[in-house]
Design a binder for this molecule. Structure first.
Ligand code: IPM
Ligand code: MN
Length: 349
């Protein structure tokens, strides 16, 4: 049996995770996967002061095939310290350097952009996931005073940038995609010259692919104006965080955006792009589809491609039938929307 760590986390993570497990239980892969639940999140952090217990990252790396994650974020935790101690600690500790965030419009009806359909909005963000502004470097001086100074450092290493950029090019090549676009801010941030230089060097190894550089502000604008111009975007940790929310908006909202945190030599972690949505939590109305599509990404990565396709087909069928939650214009609850997916799973085979 292969072990999968299940971490529902906070807020709506607690509501969407059980739905993913219902779907998983109906798939062939479930016969080979042993699920272990972990209660890491705000409640435990508030109770014990601990995000992840000592040795947990190593145990995940050693004993687990994957981590399925819900969401982290809770208004009771000052500054969301536990998000860094849990989610970022896993990304960094497991060295999951690719945050793979596909943005595919799955149905005409869900699009945000006038005149743009599913064929136009279909790109993938390769967000660097172990460096940048997320390394936590910096300091705060004279906090709370009129002279307060807050300094944040971002760190980029050649090796760290190169492996992320290369992953983007490799994926484009393997998936028959033509364009790789770098988003940085090297016109204002000298450190980003490392990204541009590395990108240009790596691009030379992929002469059949079109490599394009845009400053990230222009990239954000072009994504909205001409999404069809993008196949693969490679970018820094922070810019990838921002662009992936923009991407989620283009495909129908946060209820539809999955992600995978990857390193072929480590234990991957899968999470929906949406957060814990405290304002929505506890009402049974959150959209489970981002979590279900995240499950599909996990299945695909673990080698259960047919199960992954089945989940995606069933999700698409539920969307096409309008059997969806309120955020997508439907009337169903979280559980009912999953029921619909399960029915299509049976029908579609
Ligand atoms: C995400 C989230 C996290 C991030 C937060 C919860 C720390 O926004 O996964 O996109 O900034 O990476
Ligand atoms: Mn985010």
């Amino acid at each position: 049996m292969r072990r999968v760590a299940v971490i529902p986390g906070d807020g709506v993570g607690q509501e969407v995770m059980p739905q993913a497990l219902r779907v998983l239980s109906r798939l062939d892969a479930s016969r080979e996967l042993r699920l272990d639940a972990f209660d890491f999140g705000a409640d435990r952090w508030l109770r014990t002061g601990v995000g992840l217990p000592e040795g947990q990252v190593e145990a995940f790396r050693r004993d687990y095939a994957a981590i399925l994650f819900g969401a982290v974020g809770d208004p009771r935790v000052p500054g969301q310290a536990h998000a860094r101690e849990i989610l970022l600690a896993l990304r960094f500790g497991l060295d999951l350097y690719v945050n793979f965030r596909p943005c595919r419009l799955r149905h005409e009806r869900l699009g945000l952009l006038k005149g743009r359909g599913p064929r136009d909005v279909d790109f993938v963000i390769f967000r660097e996931n172990t460096q940048g502004f997320y390394t936590g470097g910096g300091r705060v001086e004279r906090e709370g005073s009129a002279d307060e100074v807050a300094v944040a450092e971002e760190t980029h290493t050649r090796a760290g940038v190169e492996r992320l950029v290369r992953a983007g090019f490799e994926w484009a090549r393997a998936h028959g995609r033509r364009r790789v676009t770098l988003g940085d801010k090297s016109n204002a941030v000298p450190a980003h010259a490392l990204w541009l230089r590395t990108f240009r060097e790596v691009a030379r190894e992929y002469p059949e692919l079109e490599a394009k550089h845009l400053y990230v502000d222009a990239l954000a604008m072009e994504l909205v104006r001409r999404p069809e111009d993008f196949d693969v975007i490679v970018t820094t940790n922070l810019f990838g965080d921002i662009l992936s929310d923009l991407g989620a908006a283009l495909i129908g909202g946060p209820g539809l955006a999955p992600s995978a945190n990857l390193n072929p030599a480590s234990t991957p972690l899968f999470e929906p792009v949406h957060g814990s949505a405290p304002d929505l939590a506890g009402r049974g109305v959150v959209n489970p589809l981002a979590m279900l599509l995240t499950l599909a990404l996990m299945l695909e990565t673990l080698g259960y491609a047919e199960d992954a396709r089945r989940v995606e087909r069933a999700v698409d069928a539920a969307i096409a039938a309008g059997e969806v939650t309120v955020d997508l214009g439907g009337t169903l609850s979280t559980v009912q929307a999953t029921d619909a997916v399960l029915r299509h799973l049976d029908v579609e085979g």
